[in-house]
Design a protein around this ligand. Structure first.
Ligand code: BF8
Length: 655
């Protein structure tokens, strides 16, 4: 059964579609396994929700006051008189605000950890001296002759201020790091933000009953918010993790569901860490070596503890330690369904409640560690800055205990682990290609057609991992170098594209350039907050070219957006002049073909919408670029390549 949504020019897959079309054969086995166990999974719940409400899909359902809820259209306004443009934009703005708060939470936790270490409240050492000093210099903070702790403290305090400032002063990271051509544009548009906290506060205020109902004004605030999202939250979180743990180092590591069931010693205790906090993951990595944990492990007769990573935490652990990265957000139930895990330890965000019944059925312990991310039915062991190591040890002891109580019958699945090269930073990418002038030369010559970052989530609205894989393969065939983060990267890594299979799939010019550089054509740069690394790469190359980002072949593809954070990513790349392609409406109405009543069979007109027009056309005027919405993965790369062909002609870069 297919679910066709004409209004979105797309269809949503049923369970059968997912099973037939997913490129991830292990996922197919595991979805069947969940059914055999009598447990439902995201495909079953998605089927049960069909058909999804078209007002919700369009963003035209308003629940922001108690007069409604109102389902608005051009013929039917809300009770307060709001039309569809104001409702859609207000809803969208609130979603970006939530995404901003979510990434802001990552930044806050990491920055507070730096302060706690600098002040001696938390044990541990800072491993990112070079990064801390580089940041200090860029912020104009004194660093020469100061200790690492003094420098890191000053940088972290400044970034915390950018996160939470209430005085109406500009966000400091923008002045220190954003390209001058963009800063001027944002200044003239009046969208330089104050701080993430202030702009989220303002977004909520503007969208209550009887406030801002001018959709252009709301969009303007969304741009302001997206800059706070990126520089106040995403950038701060990524940089803070580098101050804490150092920049990632290039390494090869195992990925996919196969890491849980094959290759690993069966008599080891298996613990997965899931969410977004490298703080929890790093503490657990250290705690494995503690005397208490070792003694408890020995008493069970097992050979030790193996750690695994899920979602953004998994990408961080892969990049910094080569620890197996299992799956993204949609795979968490399936990871449990392998039956291999003794414990799943979660921190915050993208942890879905459906994992609890699966874990309970299979005897896997679920531990929550953050008060903002509780799960009913889980064991709660909150992480405290002053007792991080002690709590990490207690968590592992609980995992050992779970191992002792469980039956260990991991199921066989039809594919083993894949390997991926990971741990790239913007510096290591530039180094590999011989510096920014040489990478730019490769782009200008057309050997590398352009750089696309494939970001964000998985969604049940496409067959599992299919769209990310299909788009990536098409882009590689056209010669685009790909960076990737978050859950999108799992699809690409599982397919082997961050390794030799990526080279096989690449156009000859790209393949040769990557072989000379010694890198795969798909470069994992970490977690979602590490979109920072791609943005810094784009900024460096634009500086080298003496051009604005919007003039160059830089693209951001969110093929399978799911989380509100993904909306913020799309809008913030757009604000920087990076052309965005979203594989699924986000949710704004899209342009669609409609049959002319009474017309011939092929008599269609394009029905548009002011917001669809804004993101597709008007944004060019303000931001120099646009958002493409293309749910069909076979067309996505073509849009990107046509866009670059236009820009390229304008630059006179045709060969
Ligand atoms: O921040 S890609 S589902 S895990 S939101 Fe979440 Fe989306 Fe995955 Fe990481 Ni990002």
């Amino acid at each position: 059964m297919r679910y066709w949504y004409e209004r979105l020019n797309t269809e949503m897959p049923s369970r059968e579609d997912v099973l037939q079309k997913t490129p991830n054969t292990a996922a197919r086995d595991l979805l069947e396994r969940l059914r055999e166990l009598g447990l439902d999974s995201f495909v079953d719940r998605s089927d049960a929700q069909q058909p999804f409400c078209r007002y919700g899909l369009d963003g035209t359902c308003c629940r922001r006051c108690l007069w409604g809820p109102c389902r608005v259209s051009s013929q039917k306004k809300g009770v307060c008189g709001a039309g569809p443009e104001a409702v859609v934009t207000g809803n969208h703005l609130r979603m970006v605000a939530a995404g901003c708060a979510a990434h802001g939470q990552h930044a806050r936790q990491r920055l507070e950890t730096i302060l706690a270490i600098c002040d001696g409240v938390s044990e541990g050492e800072l491993r990112g001296e070079e990064r801390a000093r580089w940041l200090a210099r860029r912020y104009g903070l004194p660093e020469a002759g100061r200790s690492l702790r003094e420098v890191a403290r000053a940088v972290a305090a400044l970034m915390l201020e950018d996160l939470g400032r209430v005085e109406r002063e500009p966000l400091r990271a923008i002045a220190a790091f954003a390209p001058a051509s963009r800063r001027e544009r944002w200044q003239s548009l009046g969208v330089i933000p104050t701080s993430a906290f202030s702009e989220v506060f303002e977004a909520l205020q503007r969208t209550t009953l009887g406030t801002d109902s001018d959709w252009r004004s709301l969009l303007k605030h969304e741009l302001r918010l997206s800059l706070a999202f990126f520089w106040g939250c995403v950038f701060a979180a990524s940089m803070a993790s580098e101050i804490l743990y150092g920049p990632p180092q290039r390494r090869t590591g195992p990925v996919g569901f196969g890491t849980l069931v094959s290759g690993a010693e069966s008599n080891k205790i298996k613990v997965a860490v899931h969410g977004h906090s490298p703080i929890l993951a790093e503490a657990l990595i250290q705690a494995i070596d503690s005397a208490a944990v070792n003694e408890a492990v020995r008493a069970t007769g097992s050979a030790g503890i193996d750690l695994f990573g899920i979602c953004c935490t998994g990408q961080e652990m892969l990049a910094r330690h080569g620890i197996p990265a299992v799956t993204g957000i949609l795979g968490q139930e399936m990871a449990l369904a392998t039956g291999a895990l003794d414990a799943l330890v979660v921190d915050q965000q993208c942890v879905i409640p459906s994992i609890v019944p699966v874990a309970q059925h299979l005897g896997t312990l679920i531990v929550t560690t953050n008060d903002t991310n509780r799960l009913e039915g889980a064991t709660h062991m909150p992480l405290e800055l002053a007792r991080t190591q002690e709590i990490a040890e207690a968590i592992l002891l609980a995992a050992v205990d779970a191992y002792r109580r469980r039956q260990h019958e991991p199921i066989g699945i039809s594919c083993g682990p894949q390997t991926a090269e990971a741990g790239f930073s913007h510096e290591s990418i530039l180094d590999a290609f011989g510096g920014r002038a040489e990478l730019l030369r490769l782009i200008r010559s057309g050997d590398i057609r352009g750089i696309v970052t494939m970001v964000s989530c998985n969604t049940p609205r496409v067959p599992y991992e299919l769209n990310n894989v299909a788009i990536a393969r098409n882009l590689l065939r056209l010669g685009y170098l790909i960076t990737t983060t978050g859950c999108a990267s799992y699809a690409l890594l599982n397919e082997g594209l961050a390794g030799p299979a990526g080279l096989d799939a690449a156009a000859p010019g790209l393949r040769e350039a990557c072989q000379r550089a010694g890198v795969p054509p798909v470069l994992p740069v970490g977690a979602c907050v590490d979109n920072t690394r791609t943005m810094l790469l784009f900024i460096e190359l634009a500086e080298e070219a003496g051009l604005d980002l919007s003039e160059l072949p830089f693209y951001s593809v969110g093929a399978e957006p799911g989380n509100e954070k993904a909306l913020g990513v799309a809008v913030s790349f757009l604000a920087h002049g990076v052309t965005v392609l979203t594989g699924y409406p986000i949710p704004i109405p899209v342009r669609r073909s409609v049959h002319v009543p009474g017309g011939a069979a092929d008599d269609y007109v394009i029905e548009s919408h002011p917001l669809a027009d804004f993101f597709a056309d008007e944004a060019r005027e303000f931001l120099g670029t646009r958002i493409y919405v293309e749910p069909d993965p076979s067309y996505a790369a073509g849009w990107i390549d046509a866009d670059w062909a236009r820009k390229r002609r304008k630059l006179g870069w045709e060969r």
